[in-house]
Design a protein around this ligand. Structure first.
Ligand code: SAH
Length: 280
């Protein structure tokens, strides 16, 4: 069930014609959408969405909305980054109310900055709607606090993937190994073996606890706990496929006590799709 705007006790803004809302859709569970993201979905004429945005979320849009797929998965035709930016500019110039919907948060490994810069360059007014990033919500849904008193005073978010598809050269893995008590890796599945080798070479304990979290916050969420040394092999054995996160550090052990999702009654677990689905 959705909460109609009139029922929430305050009025939310709507997308204005000719504007773009660069919006985070959260990590998967539609219940983690922000109210502003929902207001964007309800008011958009056109939605340009990524692979990580679920059909259930798109189902909240107006029935006559135009949906444009800009993702990079699933064998569907997709747009390249400059084409996406150009599409945003084009649609806004047509006077449409444009929702650019991205997984998680647009400014966290989401290329939201690039798109925002393209809008600035083209003089298109925009609003940034932050989303719940997978690197925080994923561990939370696995019962893993990313910070915990006495365990860590910092948490480090790292991408395991450069624009070219390699392990990013600009990441100093030795420095991270030495200074980051809890590490959350995005986009790390392809190079997990190499990354863990570098962290261990940088002084990390091979037995350190690791959680692999795939499809976090969705009904298909899969969590495997393992060790730094064993995680690459565990990912293979348990068929952990992207989108997945890797959490490295002491707080992973708290999952033993804090796996709240395990005990949640089925009826209250998922946000369920209702009624019509958009043809995506
Ligand atoms: N802007 C997004 C991240 C995009 S990069 C955010 O803030 O969450 C894509 C990577 O995010 C994936 O490769 C994966 O590492 C992570 N990710 C996104 N959604 C996820 C999910 N539901 N479960 C696990 N990992 C996810």
């Amino acid at each position: 069930m959705t909460t109609p705007r009139d029922d929430i006790g305050f009025d939310l803004p709507q997308i204005e014609p000719g504007w773009v809302w660069l919006t985070g859709a959260g990590p998967g569970d539609p219940g983690l959408l922000t109210l502003l993201a929902l207001a964007g979905l309800k008011s958009a004429d056109v939605i340009i969405y990524d692979a990580l945005v679920s059909e259930t979320i798109l189902n909240a849009a107006r029935p006559d909305v135009e949906l444009i797929y800009a993702g990079k998965r699933g064998g569907k035709p997709s747009l390249k980054q400059p084409d996406i930016s150009a599409k945003l500019v084009e649609q806004a110039k047509l006077g449409k109310k444009v929702l650019r919907l991205k997984g998680g948060d647009p400014f966290v490994f989401g290329r939201g900055g690039e798109e925002a810069l393209a809008l600035v360059e083209a003089n298109i007014p925009f609003r940034l709607v932050p989303g719940v990033t997978a690197g925080i919500a994923g561990p939370a849904y696995a019962g893993i606090p990313v910070t915990h008193r006495d365990a860590n005073h910092a948490v480090t978010f790292v991408t395991g993937h450069s624009a070219a598809g390699d392990v990013p050269d600009s990441v100093d893995w030795h420095a991270i190994a030495k200074t980051a008590p809890v590490i959350v890796l995005y986009m790390a599945m392809r190079h997990l073996g190499l990354i863990t080798e570098r962290l261990i070479a940088g002084g990390r304990d091979p037995q350190e606890p690791v959680a692999l979290i795939a499809q976090a916050t969705t009904a298909d969420q899969k969590v495997v706990t393992t060790t730094l040394q064993g995680c690459s092999q565990s990912a293979l054995v348990h068929e952990i496929k992207p989108p997945a996160l890797v959490v490295i550090g002491k707080t992973v052990n708290l999952r033993d006590q804090l796996d709240w999702l395990r005990d949640l009654p089925d009826a209250t677990r998922d946000t369920k799709p209702v009624g019509r689905q958009h043809p995506v």
